[in-house]
Ligand binder design. Structure first.
Ligand SMILES: *[C@@H]1O[C@H](CO)[C@@H](O)[C@H](O)[C@H]1NC(C)=O
Ligand SMILES: *[C@@H]1O[C@H](CO)[C@@H](O)[C@H](O)[C@H]1NC(C)=O
Ligand SMILES: *[C@@H]1O[C@H](CO)[C@@H](O)[C@H](O)[C@H]1NC(C)=O
Ligand SMILES: *[C@@H]1O[C@H](CO)[C@@H](O)[C@H](O)[C@H]1NC(C)=O
Ligand SMILES: *[C@@H]1O[C@H](CO)[C@@H](O)[C@H](O)[C@H]1NC(C)=O
Ligand SMILES: *[C@@H]1O[C@H](CO)[C@@H](O)[C@H](O)[C@H]1NC(C)=O
Ligand SMILES: *[C@@H]1O[C@H](CO)[C@@H](O)[C@H](O)[C@H]1NC(C)=O
Ligand SMILES: *[C@@H]1O[C@H](CO)[C@@H](O)[C@H](O)[C@H]1NC(C)=O
Ligand SMILES: CC(=O)N[C@H]1CO[C@H](CO)[C@@H](O)[C@@H]1O
Ligand SMILES: [Cu+2]
Length: 565
């Protein structure tokens, strides 16, 4: 029945896509430049076509998007991910290095080519290890010709939010994942930004209603946002609100972003966690300083009902449990784990393992011991139970889907217990990123109707680097049917240039796919009997012998956080 119905609808759908379809082409020459967005320090940033901030990508639902990337960084490879886009039939254009492509080496070019079939507010960013906070992230806006809210507003305004560091990610990562930082204290940003600047002014006309599209492109900090004297009406999750301007033009109004400092280890006195902008009705009038607010009472998005009222997926076919923790390995550094495994990139990008292993592609073992790989059958209802055994908040993001948020616990609720949970909403809130509370849990559901290799990971870039990633291999035989012989030549060339194998299991073995010898692995576990501190001291004293540093000096290197047991 369903089959014949969709056959019947197909010609109409084709017609619709022909009517709207345009091709939007961008040539992005990615290179280092300089910027000083917080007025405190000029630093190297990654720009596009000589400019930073990087340009937004603005398209209409149904458009074909072509992004021709040239990597002119000279000293780093790169890749682009289009956050929130489903990438139907184009998982090879999704962007994460070592997952769906090889990194684009300095001097090389690479084309992303995909169709956008969903409206909304998204962003694009580098998905090469730890790179986007150096500046390679921008807004990606998809207009909807049939926008159900179009009569409610007059104009739209895009505002990005971000945290900002003065040092380069390369240096920050080296000290973050280090025996000298056994507690895994994340670097604290130096500033908060609106639209990659501060003191942003937004010209407002009295009486008009504005659609604000707000995107947090930060590396680490969540932000509280408020507009003084105005009411926000949420029309899309991930920060799309309507704001009606006042009729009276006698004053301008501040709006503020304030970084959530709960995860900041040691907050320097000099840090201003806030960034201010102004709704300017009259530019001859002053821009008043923002008023102080005593307590944040953030709006809870959990009870929002999606516009399409999609019903709860209530018959679960496949349930995946991921237990999250942070711990040390025997190099003394702090890592992040799902089910005791910290993610390490496979030698062969996971998509290429799918495409080169025939019927064995359904066996999760071949994707490696350090990739947290799960193989999904096609068209099942999949549930992810995420248990946070860590006192930090983590914003989890799934590529290729928007999931229903079935349960989201409060702080300290412990692991999910199906016999002790609230009844899910009949029309749950749907998102592509969800914050799991400290020592709490969340339960997500989606239908495996989009064959592809999709990462599920924490969106704190420090935790991506310390391994908080799982790999979802959705309907691998359907991926083969869609993409075999259709990977463009420049994608293969990126691998050849970098001497990356493109066939076989995670270790590049094509003869015995179950033999993973030679695969990339994490450092080993700490031997039983050592506490984290103990092994750290051990590692340190070995290194001290070479480096000639004193133990006191080591403890002085980084503030030690007490969260490690
Ligand atoms: C924004 O204004 C504040 C207050 O005047 C100032 O301290 C800060 O440096 C300004 N930021 C930029 C980027 O100019
Ligand atoms: C890469 O080049 C940029 C721009 O010259 C520079 O700031 C940065 O330190 C370099 N990175 C490394 C790892 O050498
Ligand atoms: C983009 O993909 C479409 C569909 O596969 C193809 O027809 C088109 O030639 C591609 N364009 C580029 C520039 O690669
Ligand atoms: C903020 O930046 C976006 C580009 O990302 C731009 O389209 C928009 O106009 C800017 N907003 C304001 C208020 O200047
Ligand atoms: C502005 O004035 C118009 C016309 O008098 C009125 O309809 C509207 O409700 C007013 N808007 C606000 C926000 O007060
Ligand atoms: C940032 O904003 C909060 C909330 O209004 C306020 O309590 C705090 O003092 C502000 N911090 C600075 C440095 O201005
Ligand atoms: C694309 O994938 C999404 C996510 O699974 C799904 O909801 C949507 O129906 C798919 N669209 C098409 C045209 O297949
Ligand atoms: C059920 O969960 C709540 C918190 O989510 C907890 O406080 C309570 O102790 C649990 N009850 C049982 C019987 O486990
Ligand atoms: C190359 C390889 O390892 N192929 C294996 C695929 O799976 C079948 C069935 O389990 C094995 O017989 C093949 O050896
Ligand atoms: Cu995290």
């Amino acid at each position: 029945m369903a089959m014949s119905l969709s056959n019947f609808l197909l010609p109409i759908a084709l017609l619709a896509s022909i009517v709207h379809c345009a091709t939007v082409t961008h040539d992005f020459d990615i290179a280092w430049t300089y910027a000083n967005p917080d007025g405190q320090q000029t630093r190297s940033v990654i720009g596009i076509n000589g400019q930073w901030p990087v340009p937004p990508i603005v398209v209409t639902k149904g458009d074909q998007v072509i992004v021709n990337v040239k990597n002119s960084l000279g000293n780093e490879s790169t890749s682009l991910h289009f956050h929130g886009l489903y990438m139907n039939r184009t998982t090879h254009m999704d962007g994460p290095t070592a997952v769906t492509q090889c990194g684009i080496l300095p001097g090389s070019s690479f084309t992303y080519n995909f169709t956008v079939d969903q409206p909304g507010t998204y962003w694009y960013h580098s998905h090469e290890r730890g790179q986007y906070p150096d500046g390679l992230r921008g807004a990606f806006i998809v207009h909807d010709p049939e926008d159900p809210h179009k009569d409610l507003y007059d104009e739209e305004i895009v505002i990005t939010l971000s945290d900002w560091y003065h040092d380069l990610m390369h240096n920050l990562l080296a000290s973050f994942i280090s025996f000298a930082n056994p507690s895994g204290a994340e670097p604290v940003p130096q500033a908060a930004l609106f639209n990659d600047t501060q003191n942003l002014t937004v010209k407002i006309e009295p009486g008009k209603t504005y659609l604000f599209r707000m995107v947090n492109m930060g590396a680490f900090a969540a932000q509280y946002v408020w507009f003084e004297g105005h009411t926000m009406r949420i029309v899309e999750v991930d920060g799309v609100v309507l704001i009606t301007a006042k009729n009276d033009t006698s004053t301008n109004f501040a709006f503020v972003g304030s970084m959530d400092q709960d995860l900041f280890d040691a907050v320097p006195d000099s840090l201003n966690p806030n960034v201010t902008g102004w709704l300017v009705y009259d530019d001859t009038k002053e821009k008043p300083a923002p008023k102080e607010i005593d307590a944040f009472e953030p709006f809870d998005d959990f009870d929002l009902v999606p516009y399409d009222k999609e019903e709860l997926l209530d018959r679960v076919d496949r349930s995946i449990t991921l237990d999250l923790k942070m711990d040390n390995l025997n190099d003394g550094a702090n890592y992040a784990f799902f089910n005791d495994v910290t993610y390490v990139s496979p030698k062969v990008p996971t998509l290429y393992t799918v495409l080169s292993t025939g019927s064995n592609a359904t066996n999760p073992i071949i994707y490696g011991s350090n990739t947290n790989s799960f193989v999904l059958a096609q068209n099942e209802v999949v549930e992810i139970i995420l248990n946070n055994d860590d006192p930090g908040k983590h914003p989890f993001h799934l590529h290729g889907h928007a999931f229903q948020v079935v349960t989201r616990s409060a702080d300290d609720a412990g692991f999910y217990d199906p016999s002790n949970t609230t009844t899910p909403s009949a029309t749950p809130m749907r998102r592509d990123t969800i914050l799991v509370r400290p020592n709490g849990h969340t339960v997500l559901r989606f239908r495996s109707d989009n064959p592809g290799v999709w990462l599920f990971h924490c969106h704190i870039e420090w935790h991506v680097s310390s391994g908080l990633i799982a790999t979802i291999i959705e309907a691998p035989l359907a991926i083969q049917a869609q993409l075999s012989d259709r990977i463009p030549e420049d994608h293969w060339k990126a691998c050849q240039d970098g001497d990356v194998p493109t066939k076989g299991n995670a270790a590049g073995n094509t003869f015995d796919l179950l033999d993973l010898r030679g695969e990339n692995t994490s450092p080993g576990k700490i031997p039983a009997g050592f506490t984290a501190r103990g092994i750290v001291a051990l590692v340190f004293s070995c290194l001290a012998a070479f480096a000639g540093m004193g133990v006191i000096g080591w403890y002085g290197l980084k503030p030690v956080k007490n969260k490690t047991s």
